[in-house]
Write a protein that binds this ligand. Sequence first.
Ligand SMILES: Nc1ncnc2c1ncn2[C@@H]1O[C@H](COP(=O)(O)OP(=O)(O)OP(=O)(O)O)[C@@H](O)[C@H]1O
Ligand SMILES: [Mg+2]
Length: 157
Amino acid sequence: MQHLFAITSLSDTSRLAQKIAKLIFPGMVITLTGNLGSGKTTLTREILLSLGISGTVKSPTFTLVEPYILKNFQVYHFDLYRFNDPEEWFYAGFDDYFTNQSVSFIEWAEKAKGLIPDIDWDISLTVTGDNERKLIINAQTEAGIECLKQLIANDVD
Ligand SMILES: Nc1ncnc2c1ncn2[C@@H]1O[C@H](COP(=O)(O)OP(=O)(O)OP(=O)(O)O)[C@@H](O)[C@H]1O
Ligand SMILES: [Mg+2]
């Protein structure tokens, strides 16, 4: 199941992020697909801030993953742009990051194709203007579909 959200400004992105943050569930896996500068980190950062993470949310370009500890679950923000070798996945123990107590946001997930377990949502971002984005959420699991339905129901304002 998929749904298109038209974004016309940065504040649209923040508003959608706030709504998404309310629906995040422990165990959720979200990949973010789109060109350089399409807004993957920006959207993730807005969601993390809405989840109550304080301080800076930096792009994990060099570290591949940044961990955040919340009350009820951990959040892992991956950026796999520099990831090339599937063996590195196992070497880094990334499998262990995916538990029912963690939520993962993964930029450039296509670099680790086949290695990421059960993707609930793939969010694709396309630049359609300076501050405009075409944002499509593609829900791929039962839990993901349920969550997307709730988001759509909450999106009327
Ligand atoms: N509506 C919008 N939503 C998100 N970002 C926007 C929007 N309008 C403008 N921008 C700008 O687009 C840029 C998006 O950069 P960002 O680092 O989030 O992209 P990215 O997809 O993570 O890129 P990379 O592949 O390099 O990690 C930022 O400079 C942001 O301010
Ligand atoms: Mg990024």
